[in-house]
Each structure stands twice: as C-alpha cells, then as structure tokens.
Design a protein around this ligand. Structure first.
Ligand SMILES: Cc1ncc(COP(=O)(O)O)c(C=O)c1O
Length: 401
C-alpha cells in the first residue's frame, strides 16, 4: 500500500492505475482557478481564509450553504446544526467508526458491519480496537458474458447485538457498484430496528461529485450519517470532508475536531462557497463530471473486453466511482503475484484481497480480483490496460503449458 501512498508524486513514469486520485478535468480546473482568483482579489478574503481558524464544526458560511443546498434540492429536514466539516472524509470515518464501535460503556465490544464487501480499503485500519468489523459477502448476478453485479446478501435474521453501526460506500470503492434504492431501504430499516446508524459514504456519489451512472435516490434521515467530500470534485489537496447527521453526532465531531485538529481547514470550503450557494456544484456534477467519467469507463470496458474476450474474465458493471473491479476466474496465479508482475512492467494496480476488511482468511475473489482506476490521462489508461491484458493472457497460458 506504500505504492499508493507514494502515488503520483514519487512514482514518476509509473502507469498509475492503482490509487484513488480524481482526474484533472479541464472545465472543473478552470472553475476552481476563477474561484481562487476571486478569493485573492476580494478585499480581506484571503486573510480570513488562511489567517484565521474556523470554529471546530467548520466554516459557518459554508455549512449554511451545504444545509440550504441539501434542504432545497432533496427536501431533507436539515439545518447548520446537522453539518460538520472534517479533514477529508477519511478522517470522519476514523471518528465515526470509533464513536460507534470498539469498547462500549457497558463493557461490551461493538463492531462495524460492512454488508457489501469488497469494500473501501481505507476502512480497514481505522479501528482503535481489535476485531473491529463484521463483514458479509454479496451475491452475484451475471448480466452478460463478461459483466456481473453484486447484491447485498445479508441475512438480517442472523443479526448480532454486537453491531454498533452499518457502513456502505455508495458508489462502492472498489467495485463501482451502486446499491439499489431497495437495498438502501432494507439497510435503513435494519438500522432503525436496532437503533444504530447507517453510515453512507458518498465520496463519489450524490449530490456531488455525482459520479453515478445509474438512476438512484440519494437519501438522508435521522438514522443515516451521510459523509460527503470535496475530493472527487477535484479538491483532494484541500482535505475537506462533510458529515450530515443528527445534532448529537455533529456536536461530537466538532468536539473531536477541536481535540485532534483545533479546526478543519478553510481553503476547500472557501473555494466552493459560491458554487454551493448558487447550486453550480450540482450542474458541474451532472453536466461535466459524470459524463467525463462515464465515457472513460465505457472506453476502459471496451478495451478490456476486446483484449480478453476469449478468457474467463468478468468485470463488475460500472455504475459509478472511478474504478473497474476485474475478476479473472481460475487464474493460475494470485492477484498479488499479478500485481507484482505488473509493477515490474511499470503498471500499478491494487490486488483484490485488500478490499475484504474483517474477513480473515483470503477469499477466492480476493485472490482473483484486481481494482484499476480509469481516472488517469487517456494514454496512461490505454497503455496500462494493454499491459494488464497481456499479463493476464500470459498468466492463463501458464496453466495450459
Ligand atoms: C469510498 C471512499 N470513501 C472515502 C474516501 C476518503 O476521501 P477523502 O478523505 O479525500 O474525502 C475515499 C478516498 O479515496 C474513498 O474512495
């Protein structure tokens, strides 16, 4: 995982199909540039943004703009007391997971339930207590020769009282799955029945950056903690996460911010303030960001299915986010060895077994799957995928030899 941490900065020349860096979309970059220019030119604005701490809950003007936008767009019953900012949404998961799982006041140990695994690699090491996750594998629907979709296969009758919260990413990193409205309603019902929160990680989803290729409803109510982020809009460097939740949860996040950070950063929220007030952020998502990634996904799928049509290769239907989840059935080598071979040939991908937090022993999918991103420059993706396909063909040939 160090490879991903070193990411673009250090691995010069490497074809980076591994990490979660968003694309540099020219139209988004020019909007951000104009916003930065306004900030520099408005009297006193820069001084307020980089010269002052914000309150621990985050910049009040931006928080109000977020609450107004969500209330108007979706009719959710929220105000500024339901919104907090964090140092990226990653940091919010650290706070939330350890708030709802680990050692409870009654001495019992609580866990986070991940009902749709493979799930985001960044959850894996967040627990301050051991044995932090309960994980369930999904069922699989075969859509056509090379395409499948995962569905939640949770047996809600086998519920364990040790669950302190449920968490899903929607769209899911690494698979590009988007849980259906029906699946979300079932999870909310389950959370309500057990009086625990459903944490919905919408880092790629609605209402922004809206990298969603299937028609689904965003949702929030008092049993949901929705986490959003400015990163995949094009601002990962500003580290801005946004949590939408009941007031007690927001108060707790503000207190933790004060303890570990004093205050969240102001730069991302200052750059995006007018875009949230005007609703322009939603237009960017709908008209620029979503179509950009959707066409990238289509191109990557076409190239892979063309190059590997003769092989028992499957990919998860890309319904959102910036990844393809590739499954090489009965591959004679593990995805870890494939990853090493690809790294030796200058292509970085992520082997599947990292995406099963709490599963213990490796799963078949962990050994046979890879995650790749199609967010990098087109020539990088095309060249990288050609090398992936070649390495896979060679690996299958080893069995025949
Ligand atoms: C599913 C998912 N959630 C959350 C994050 C955290 O993003 P950030 O901390 O930049 O908001 C990422 C980052 O890649 C992600 O893929």
């Amino acid at each position: 995982m160090e490879d991903l941490g070193q990411a673009l900065a250090v691995n010069e020349g490497m074809l980076m199909l591994g990490g979660g860096n968003p694309a540099h979309i020219p139209e988004v970059e020019s909007v951000l540039k104009a916003s930065m220019q306004n900030l520099l030119e408005a009297p006193g604005a820069l001084g307020r943004v980089i010269g002052d701490y914000s309150p621990p809950q985050g910049d009040p003007a931006f928080i109000e703009a977020v609450a107004d936008l969500l209330r108007h767009e979706y009719g959710w019953n929220i105000g500024p007391r339901n919104v907090a900012l964090t140092g990226g949404s990653q940091c919010a998961f650290f706070m939330l997971f350890n708030m709802f799982a680990g050692a409870a006041e009654d001495g019992r140990s609580k866990k986070i339930l991940l009902p749709m695994c493979p799930e985001y690699i960044g959850y894996a090491n967040l627990g301050l207590a051991p044995d932090f996750f309960t994980t369930t594998l999904p069922s699989m629907e075969l859509i056509d020769k090379h395409t499948f979709k995962y569905h939640v296969a949770l047996d809600s009758t086998a519920w364990a009282d040790e669950i302190g919260a449920i968490c899903v990413s929607r769209p899911t990193n690494p698979t590009g799955n988007v849980l259906t409205d029906g699946e979300m309603q079932a999870l909310i019902k389950l959370a309500r029945a057990h009086d625990i929160p459903l944490i919905v990680d919408s880092a790629y989803g609605a209402p922004f950056p809206n990298i969603l290729f299937s028609e689904v409803q965003p949702l929030w109510d008092e049993s949901v903690i929705l986490t959003l982020s400015l990163s995949k809009l094009g601002l990962p460097g500003t580290r801005t996460g946004i949590v939408i939740a009941r007031e007690e949860v927001i108060d707790a996040i503000a207190r933790i911010n004060a303890i570990i950070n004093l205050a969240p950063t102001n730069v991302g929220s200052a750059l995006m303030l007018d875009l949230f007030r005007s609703g322009e952020v939603l237009r960017l998502g709908r008209e620029v960001i979503k179509p950009y990634y959707e066409s990238k996904a289509r191109e990557a799928v076409a190239q892979l299915t063309d190059e590997l049509d003769a092989y028992p290769f499957l990919l998860h239907k890309p319904e959102g986010a910036i990844f393809l989840w590739l499954w090489f059935k009965d591959l004679p080598i593990t995805s870890e060895i494939l990853y090493q071979r690809l790294k030796d040939r200058g292509v970085l991908v992520v082997p599947g077994h990292y995406f099963f937090p709490g599963m213990g022993a490796e799963t078949q999918q962990g050994r046979e799957c890879l995650r790749i991103t199609y967010a990098q420059a087109p020539e990088v993706v095309e060249q990288g995928l050609a090398i992936v396909a070649d390495a896979v063909r060679k690996a299958y040939a080893e069995r025949r030899a």
